[in-house]
Write a protein that binds this ligand. Structure first.
Ligand code: LMR
Length: 342
């Protein structure tokens, strides 16, 4: 009996939340130009001085200006509205209209989202962008349709680098016995186990504390995320690796997207395009600046690898490609290699 009461009340709150989400997105009114009055929420997990936040800001500014204030865009950085654990469910329920999570956090839905984790696949943002803007990339971005989620655009952050508080890392053997935090997914997990290390997926919002308290000894991230979240305060070494990437998908709720009339959607789509351009531009600059800031702070010893040392890592991680070919797809590998000019 108790169980039924619980289920019924849970169902009621889920329905109430979902209803409240859609009400918030569109208030029902229209401006003189036929633009629907609404408040759009954009939630993300990183800091303000990052490519993702700068993209979201550009999107907000464009949409609010072009709609003459009929559309308001609220941005929630730093997991202040939703974090890694709950942003996707809340997008599916339309409690938030845009999120831009790291693609590798969706490998549970589709293993092809592992592409940014493929070791040493892409050297530059341009190569990654070419893949995600291409046919295969677009197909993968669209693969969450069944959840009522639309993948609209890829925003890059950049190459990831290894930090840890145990020892300077310059060869695969240095990973032995350490435990690293990952963004999640089978390929990242395998990268660490191939080098004799353990790994654990931890939400981004909990990472600083996990490093500080020694839950894990290290992690991999972009300069921009390392600097803006001050991970160098709780780490002693940083190896510049560029072995995997953080790339984002801007996701929206399909029902919300389809509820917009043409005049409204035109502005929101153009705002998204503006956000994409800014995020792609800022990614390079902000990561370069972040590396400089990390150097200036001087809290971590920075290890720069020689081409021979990078080759050693490449060789150690090469078997991962065969291991995941069936899950990710030879066609995806081929498209990624083509975009990478290999
Ligand atoms: C992380 O979890 O380390 C990153 O993916 C966070 C982000 O959104 O850049």
């Amino acid at each position: 009996m108790k169980k039924h009461i619980f289920s019924a009340s849970l169902l009621m709150s889920v329905l109430a939340l979902a209803a409240c989400g859609s009400d918030e997105a569109a208030s029902g009114g229209e401006s003189g130009d036929g633009v629907q009055e609404m408040t759009i929420k954009f939630s993300h997990v990183v800091a303000e001085n990052t490519p993702k936040h700068q993209g979201a800001l550009a999107m907000k500014e464009y949409i609010e200006t072009e709609s003459d204030g009929a559309i308001e865009v609220e941005i929630y950085p730093n997991s202040s509205l939703f974090g890694d654990q709950d942003e996707y469910q809340n997008l599916a329920s339309n409690n938030v209209q845009f999120i831009a999570p790291d693609l590798t956090k969706f490998v549970g839905n589709n293993p092809q989202f592992n592409v940014p984790a493929l070791p040493f696949m892409f050297e530059t943002d341009e190569q990654a962008i070419e893949f995600w803007d291409g046919e295969k990339g677009q197909e993968i971005l669209g693969s969450l349709e069944g959840d009522g989620v639309l993948g609209l655009s890829m925003w890059p952050n950049g190459g990831k680098h290894i930090t840890n508080n145990e020892r300077p890392i310059d060869s695969p053997d240095d990973f032995q016995g350490l435990k690293f935090r990952t963004q999640g997914g089978q390929v990242l997990e395998e990268i660490y186990s191939a080098m004799g290390a353990g790994s654990e997926s931890i939400p981004f919002g909990e990472l600083y504390t996990a490093l500080d308290q020694g839950v894990v000894e290290g992690q991999e991230n972009t300069f921009s995320n390392i600097e803006s979240k001050k991970f160098d305060e709780v780490q002693d070494y940083m190896t510049i690796m560029n072995h995997t990437r953080v790339d984002y998908a801007v996701f929206t709720n399909t029902e919300f997207w389809e509820s917009m009339n043409d005049a409204t959607k035109e502005i929101v789509q153009a705002g998204l395009d503006e956000g994409t351009a800014v995020a792609r531009e800022e990614a390079i600059t902000l990561n370069e600046e972040a590396l400089e800031l990390i150097r200036e702070r001087g809290l971590v010893e920075i290890i720069e690898l020689t081409p021979e040392q990078i080759e050693e890592f490449r060789t150690a991680l090469e078997p991962i490609y065969d291991e995941f070919e069936e899950q990710i797809g030879a066609d995806v590998y081929e498209a990624a290699r083509e975009a990478a000019g290999q």
